[in-house]
Design a protein around this ligand. Structure first.
Ligand code: ZN
Length: 136
């Protein structure tokens, strides 16, 4: 079985979550099904369903948070790609052995009821990669 099962979502860094919610609602023709603050990451997130995958909008609640820093450096835009995995610890172990730079050796609780961990963009052609596993 393929250890990575699908693209779970694309994360997009935005300055204003309310404006971006309206824009993506117009674009996708559906309202966000969830808005959630993740205090540990200083972000507010909104999720839209797009078939099997999702769009995650991320707005920073602090200039010092990771999304605040990202927008200061690169502006708004695609922030990460998230892959769905069945066993996040096993995948992190596999990817680290393959030479990828794992940012979170221990998965943490992310938005939308997921365990998440990131791979450093230096080891993935400049793209921040998130692995996520649904918490049962
Ligand atoms: Zn994400």
């Amino acid at each position: 079985m393929n250890p990575i099962t699908k693209i779970e979502h694309l994360g997009i860094a935005v300055k204003d979550i309310e404006k971006a919610n309206r824009l993506y609602e117009q674009l996708l023709g559906v309202a966000p099904y969830k808005q959630e603050e993740v205090e540990s990451e200083a972000v507010i997130t909104s999720f839209f369903k797009v078939g099997e995958s999702k769009i995650e909008l991320l707005a920073s609640t602090s200039d010092e948070g990771p999304i605040g820093k990202f927008i200061a450096k690169k502006g708004e835009g695609i922030h990460h790609i998230a892959f769905d995995v069945d066993d996040i610890e096993k995948e992190l172990d596999r990817l680290e052995k393959e030479g990828f730079q794992v940012i979170n050796k221990v998965p943490k609780k992310g938005a939308d009821n997921k365990l998440v961990a990131f791979l450093h963009p230096k080891s993935t052609n400049g793209v921040l990669i998130e692995l996520c596993q649904e918490i049962n």
